[in-house]
Design a protein around this ligand. Structure first.
Ligand SMILES: CC(C)(COP(=O)(O)OP(=O)(O)OC[C@H]1O[C@@H](n2cnc3c(N)ncnc32)[C@H](O)[C@@H]1OP(=O)(O)O)[C@@H](O)C(=O)NCCC(=O)NCCS
Length: 191
């Protein structure tokens, strides 16, 4: 398990983008596809606000976590620093494009905790490697890094749906469900 501190090879970045799109197809970045996800990770790797944690096995990327100390500004940073507008306009069919746009702009009117606390913005483990404690280990690493930066709480958002396995994971890891708004659950954890 490692924190990305000094860049990744193009091959590793491409693996990260691919795993994100495969594991999180419903998210805005998943909807916009692998090529756009690659642009996002190229940006996140050198961003001062985000940190990336990886789990690898035999040179193969099998899971990742991304924290942000400015998740409310992430959309506008992606708009100015990546080819987001071009991908929204040309990259996907119009129905998916609208869904991706809505997901991205939902952070335009966020509840209070979004301003107060850092966020674990992405967490995903390859399907073949789930239920082996990898996400739990990535959380421990992310939390230790957030704590070292002076944070005492952080939060995550996930879809409010009975089939969402992530809710069961967060409940098992000491998060408290703070609120549900517009189909999104907001979970907070003290660290
Ligand atoms: C949610 C996810 C990150 C969990 O990763 P994981 O590595 O399988 O989780 P862990 O093995 O560390 O699980 C730790 C504990 O969480 C709980 N848990 C994890 N997945 C669960 C599931 N599908 N159902 C019920 N409980 C679950 C269990 O208590 C588990 O402990 P146990 O295996 O000893 O019972 C993974 O399923 C995933 O990537 N899902 C798709 C992407 C996603 O939804 N990401 C979150 C978006 S907000």
């Amino acid at each position: 398990m490692l924190e990305v501190t000094s860049g990744l090879s193009l091959q590793q970045t491409a693996q990260l983008a691919q795993l994100h799109v495969t594991c999180l197809p419903e998210t805005a970045i998943g909807t916009l596809g692998r090529r756009y996800a690659l642009r996002v990770y190229e940006y996140l790797i050198q961003s001062p606000f985000e940190r990336i944690f990886l789990e690898q096995q035999d040179d193969r990327l099998i899971g990742a976590a991304v924290t942000s100390e400015d998740s409310v500004g992430l959309f506008s940073r992606l708009r100015s620093q990546t080819s987001l507008t071009w991908h929204l306009l040309t990259g996907v069919p119009s129905r998916q494009r609208w869904r991706a746009f809505r997901t991205l702009t939902e952070s335009g009117c966020p509840p209070r905790i979004v301003f107060d606390y850092p966020e674990l913005v992405f967490l995903y483990i390859g399907t073949a490697y789930r239920r082996r404690g990898i996400a739990r280990k990535l959380l421990v690493m992310s939390e230790s890094s957030l704590r070292d930066s002076g944070n005492r709480h952080y939060f995550i958002r996930t879809r409010d749906h009975p089939s969402n396995q992530a809710s069961r994971f967060y409940a098992s890891q000491g998060f408290t469900l703070d609120m549900v708004r517009d189909g999104i659950q907001y979970w907070i954890k003290s660290i």
